[in-house]
Design a protein around this ligand. Structure first.
Ligand code: XLS
Ligand code: CA
Ligand code: CA
Length: 434
């Protein structure tokens, strides 16, 4: 078997190591709160950013040459499978995520594209045997091709809707074949650029229809995956229908789909929605829909979806804090929907970036576990909301009070004393843990 990467197996060497090709914090067997790190952190390789992205951006062409490139896209698809498995094995990554069109190229007809996807995914299945590498989730790329210029499920053209449905069916079948426990819907171009040409109501109804059909096929086909919606507020369209977690929850409730879907939350999409990453995770958690994570980060000064590797310890700590409060991610995991920078064009950079991301989450996990064990924020919050534990507060909390009674109460309690929110102190304590 050809070796695609001139890099050995990545090992844990501890925080003092200066070896760029070693883990400093991710020690997979180390037990944190009763579970090994590898179970808390089910890291996944994104097929697209790792094996397909080659450094192009809006202003320039590829900067990367990969050893698995081939002039024939079908041959390249097979080489990518070999390279991807070598990459995951060397990093000790046990999951991967894919779009149908990352695994195999789109060919002249849908039937041909389906055939080659079947063949390449058979090969993926073969490669999985005898390894502990699994599929975290699959999805369909219903945004790249020009037919999707006005969306897929929300396209004004019914033939496009049908084509997207066909692609989703096939991607669900492929996910089932590969044993994927989750299936993702990111809204691609499901949104609009101007209301002057958009029937908002019809588009939302159609989108719900597509999701309902997929929900039904998930059961009918025996895939039985956890279905996940990935919110994003904008880009490529000006307004994406799956704006943020709260918007998606509202949409699902409107169409009676709220019991069928959870969320796949991406850090960069949270910040594009002017939310913090942990805000989106918290909204999902309190609504029982925190399903999986796309681990990356954006650049606050650029304002678009830069999909950078997550290296901000503050963010990963607060993210893992939410994950721990949630009791883990169930069938979900942490998919590196992240790409190396255009200037980081060597094969080694791919490894170094994954190591950086894995280490930052591992360190965040350790700190979050300690914060939770010491109940730093939990004790403070208990105290802060204590007035709802007894008396009038308890009645409010339990919904056992009328406006008249509250008015009576307020008349005799109108000299109010508030307590400090202590934000700066809490931030300073958090810094002590970091
Ligand atoms: C794009 C999305 C996409 C989804 C999967 O912004 O992050 O990559 O994760 O279609
Ligand atoms: Ca994503
Ligand atoms: Ca993104």
């Amino acid at each position: 078997m050809k070796e695609y990467f001139k890099v050995g197996k990545i090992k844990y060497e501890g925080p003092k190591s200066t070896n760029p090709l070693a883990f400093k914090y991710y020690n997979k067997d180390e037990v944190i709160l009763g579970k090994p790190m590898s179970e808390h952190l089910k890291f996944a390789m994104s097929w697209w950013h790792t094996l397909c992205a080659k450094g192009s951006d809006q202003f320039g062409s590829n900067t990367m040459t990969r050893t698995f490139e081939d002039a024939d896209p079908v041959k390249e698809a097979y080489a990518k499978v070999d390279a991807g498995f070598e990459f995951m094995d060397k990093l000790g990554i046990e999951y991967f995520c894919f779009h149908d069109r990352d695994l195999a190229p789109e060919l002249a007809t849908l039937a041909e594209s389906n055939r080659v996807l079947d063949e390449v995914s058979d090969y993926v299945l073969e490669k999985m045997k005898g390894t502990n590498i699994k599929c975290l989730w699959g999805t369909a790329n219903c945004f790249n091709h020009k037919r999707y210029l006005a969306g897929a499920g929300t396209s004004p053209n019914a033939d496009v809707f049908a084509y997207a449905a066909a692609q989703i069916k096939k991607a669900m079948d492929t996910t089932k074949k590969l044993g994927g426990k989750n299936y993702v819907f990111w809204g691609g171009r499901e949104g609009y650029d101007t209301l002057l040409n958009t029937d908002l109501k019809q588009e939302l109804d159609h989108y719900a229809t597509l999701l309902t059909l997929a929900r039904d096929y998930n059961k009918k086909s025996g895939l039985n995956a956890q279905l996940l919606i990935e919110p994003k507020p904008k880009e490529p369209t000006k307004h994406q229908y799956d704006f943020d977690v709260q918007t998606v929850i509202g949409f699902l409730k409107t169409y009676g789909l709220d019991k069928d879907f959870k969320m796949n939350i991406e850090a960069n999409h949270a910040t594009l929605a002017i939310h913090t990453f942990n805000h989106e995770l918290a909204v999902a958690r309190i609504n029982g829909v925190l399903g999986s994570i796309d681990a990356n980060q954006g650049d606050m000064l650029l304002g678009w979806d830069t999909d950078q590797f997550p290296t901000n310890l503050y963010d990963t700590t607060l993210a893992m804090y939410e994950v721990l409060l949630n009791g883990g991610l169930g069938t979900g995991g942490l998919n590196f929907d992240a790409k190396v920078r255009r200037q980081s064009f060597t094969d080694e950079d791919l490894f170094i970036s994954y190591i950086a991301g894995m280490d930052t989450f591992a360190r965040g996990l350790r700190i979050a576990a300690k914060l939770l064990e010491d109940k730093v924020f939990e004790n403070f919050k208990q105290e802060r909301y204590a007035s709802y534990k007894t008396g009038i507060g308890k009645k409010i909390s339990e919904g056992k009070v009328s406006l008249e009674e509250l008015s009576e109460y307020a008349l005799s309690h109108d000299q109010i004393e508030n307590a400090s929110g202590r934000q700066e102190w809490l931030e300073a304590v958090l810094n002590q843990y970091l």
